[in-house]
Design a protein around this ligand. Structure first.
Ligand code: V47
Ligand code: SF4
Length: 397
């Protein structure tokens, strides 16, 4: 890997602390660092060094490409049997205020709204509702595929899956196979939170354990399905807990190579039982993403989920290891933007995403869920009159 000027200067000036020199050397020579070394780096390296290392890895793996996809979300319900303390979204099953529960027809109507719109993925995730069984969801998925045979269905966190398999008395393999046979293509990364058992017990004690989360993803990979992985950071966990979390993912990825991308999720403190915890600074966000990029050497992609972390931080993160900024609900969501309700319905058009990426000198590329390139936007510009992109003129022609 080509060393950045900053790293070359650090080496030649002798300013790098002794215990960091060997670790930095390993990273720049693409030698895997151990969890202990990662912790030393995390605790001692400054933001500039972490950023330079992460950016080198990002560019070695993905060049200047920055990926996004066109997707839409279906959230079947926000009623949930679990009581995660950080969750601002769920409502107890009995509670009616602010709670929703979509019928099969309502969910299929959401899919129909996208008729003729070139979305490539539907992301289905929600609370864990005892009435919504594996058979209900299998049926739903089958009908979505009938309406949109080409769409990729990324559905259900391992937490939702563990609950529905347990209720149906199905093994992970059998449950996943049933959903796969009905058209489910991959798993999103939610529900991972922090794997450390002590922390997990304090923030989300009643849902799938770390082992269950990892076993379900391993079983999915075994059936040829890909998945994502997340980490909820910036609450009561320490750097050591983050490294431990990523180490468990790195070990699983070594065995299966089934993860598409890693998504650190910044803990937001509004409207939940952990509101007394202050959110971490943007500097800590940059350090966390950079460390993820450095440690997870067997993950090709690192995603910043912009509705959660914000657009400006997302732009900064494109220099701290991130090569993917998730999706857009695309132009169909203009209606929300026009109503001035972007906070409640976060949406960016393709044009917004392309501008966000080009704004920091990276190359926007639309991908599908499995990172096949759908369209390269690096050589196009937006034509306001036609409301569409057109190819940039090639100089000299
Ligand atoms: O598991 C819940 C997190 C996750 C809060 O796979 C919170 O492509 C911050 O996993 N502050 C669900 N985070 C979302 C998720 C996801 C999102 C986008 C893309 C993908 C993907 C996956 O949201 C939960 C939890 O970790 N979460 N509450 C909160 N207060
Ligand atoms: Fe919220 Fe998901 Fe926990 Fe339910 S399982 S409380 S929806 S984070």
């Amino acid at each position: 890997m080509k060393e950045s000027i900053l790293i070359q200067e650090l080496f030649s000036s002798g300013k790098l602390q002794d215990d960091l020199t060997e670790i930095v050397n390993k990273i720049t020579h693409t030698v895997r660092i151990t969890p202990d070394e990662a912790l030393i780096l995390y605790e001692k390296a400054d933001l500039g060094l972490l950023g330079a290392l992460a950016n080198q890895i990002r560019e070695a793996k993905n060049g200047h490409f920055t990926y996004f996809n066109r997707n839409f979300h279906i959230e079947p319900t926000n009623k949930c049997v679990f009581t995660c303390k950080f969750c601002s979204y769920s409502r107890l099953i009995q509670q009616s205020e602010d709670a929703w529960e979509l019928s099969e027809k309502e969910m299929l109507d959401i899919v129909r709204k996208y008729d003729g719109i070139p979305v490539t993925e539907v992301h289905i995730v929600g609370g864990v509702h005892p009435k919504m069984s594996i058979h209900f969801f299998a049926n739903l998925i089958r009908q979505i595929k009938e309406l949109r045979p080409e769409i990729h269905i990324k559905a259900f966190t391992a937490v939702e899956l563990e609950y529905m398999f347990r209720k149906a008395k199905l093994s992970y393999e059998d449950g996943l196979k049933l959903l796969k046979d009905h058209g489910m293509d991959s798993l999103p990364g939610g529900g991972a939170e922090i794997f450390d058992e002590e922390v997990r017990n304090l923030i989300c004690k009643d849902k799938a354990t770390a082992k269950e989360w990892l076993d379900i993803h391993e079983a999915a990979h075994g059936l040829g399905m890909h998945s994502n992985a997340t980490m909820l950071y910036g609450h009561i966990e320490s750097y050591a807990h983050r490294i431990d979390h990523m180490n468990r993912l790195r070990e699983l990825q070594d065995r299966t190579h089934g993860f598409n991308t890693f998504i650190p999720l910044k803990f937001r403190n509004a409207g939940n039982e952990m509101s007394h915890i202050r959110e971490v600074s943007v500097t800590e966000d940059l350090r966390c993403y950079a460390m993820s990029r450095i440690f997870l050497d067997n993950f090709t992609h690192l995603k910043a989920y912009w509705p959660m972390i914000g657009k400006s931080t997302t732009q900064l993160l494109l220099n701290f290891g991130v090569d993917d900024i998730d999706g857009t609900i695309d132009d169909s969501t203009k209606i929300y933007a026009m109503a001035g309700a972007e906070d409640q319905h976060p949406a960016m058009t393709t044009k917004d995403l392309v501008e966000l990426i080009k704004g920091v000198g990276r190359l926007p590329v639309e991908r599908d869920t499995l990172y096949n390139i759908v369209r390269d936007y690096s050589q196009v510009e937006f034509d306001e009159k036609k409301s569409d992109f057109h190819a940039l003129p090639i100089l000299g022609q």
